[in-house]
Design a protein around this ligand. Sequence first.
Ligand SMILES: [Zn+2]
Length: 182
Amino acid sequence: MSTYHELLHWYPDRKFGEAILDSALDAYAIYEMLEHYDVSAIIDLNPRRSKKFTYNEMNINLDGVPVCPIGRKMFDWGVDRKRRRKWQCPNPCSTTTYGRTFYTSTKDNPRLFPRVKRNSKEWYKRYSLRTGVERCIKCQKIDYHLEDSRGRSSRHWSIRAYSIGMCFRFKTFWIVGSELAF
Ligand SMILES: [Zn+2]
């Protein structure tokens, strides 16, 4: 959380629209803070923290899908004008001829009902960005020996990080260049 505040401090004129984080940061306070700053949270649920969720007396599975009392997963009807997601049970289980309907909204519980539906196609698309960044960081830390560095000053780290960045650039340039040549 303090990292996010520091980020805002250093880049006051930037608008952050999305935070793609590891499930280690799956904590209610984080979602609330991001929602407060109008940031879409893409964070996997940490199943070790809680296996089952309930919201307005309805069971919610790990994908954020309400499960009707008769055990049926509810069908997603999309988001309405009030930014609520409408769900309907595929079984005619309520007193009406239709199945029970249920509404969820990010505002009420940003952890269970993030703006982008958890484990949807869009969700995985966003999350794969993170995997790409992580691969890049791993490459800097291990392949380019950033982790082995014994520097103490931030200047030292900056120089190393910049040099690695330049190496990356050359590498990409070289690979793309050679692909174009053949
Ligand atoms: Zn039902």
